[in-house]
Design a protein around this ligand. Structure first.
Ligand code: FES
Ligand code: FES
Length: 173
């Protein structure tokens, strides 16, 4: 490789899951590539890598964002939340428990992106209708589950969060 063919490395500061990181990244990297290949956060999945499947969804200042088509420079100065940052210190997020209880994850490849889109929805709407859930997850493709169990999981998690009870307890009541 000739020197002018080497990727240009930029030093940037990124805030991910509440931690600030000063890192060197190839300047052509997307946010997803930076998360996975520089920071080792491989929970966000590299599916289509062109903005079609939603597997790479993370939150950027709380809004669901396709990290595979976002140049990493656009995340500088903003709060990035990935699936690794979703759980509470005490245990899994209600959405994670609910998805487990309803069987809404099968191969699991779409699951991190679905969880982040659903978390963004519940952050602004504590009692979403089925149609609102459908719309919030419309950019997240799942080839395994048929979606019904995923929608049920979001409804269960929403109720659990409203009632401040674990999803398993809500399901039994
Ligand atoms: S990997 Fe980003 S939308 Fe498919
Ligand atoms: S669980 Fe396999 S793609 Fe959704």
């Amino acid at each position: 490789m000739r020197c002018w063919e080497r990727p240009l490395i930029e030093i940037i500061r990124l805030s991910v899951n509440g931690d600030s990181h000063e890192i060197g990244v190839p300047s052509h990297y997307t946010l997803l590539e930076t998360l996975r290949y520089v920071l080792g956060l491989t929970g966000s999945k590299q599916g289509c890598d062109k903005g079609d499947c939603g597997a790479c969804t993370v939150l950027l200042d709380g809004l669901p964002t396709l990290s595979c088509i976002l140049p990493v420079q656009e995340a500088i100065g903003r709060q990035v939340t990935t699936i690794e940052g979703l759980a509470d210190p005490d245990g899994p997020h209600a959405l994670q428990d609910a998805l487990d209880l309803t069987g809404g994850a099968q191969c699991g490849f779409c699951t991190p992106g679905i969880l982040m889109s659903a978390a963004a929805l519940l952050n602004v709407n504590s009692s979403p209708t089925r149609q609102e859930i459908r719309e919030a997850l419309s950019g997240n493709l799942c080839r395994c589950t048929g979606y019904t169990k995923i929608y049920e999981a979001v409804e269960l998690a929403a109720r659990a969060l409203r009632e401040q009870r674990p999803p398993a307890e809500v399901l039994r009541s």
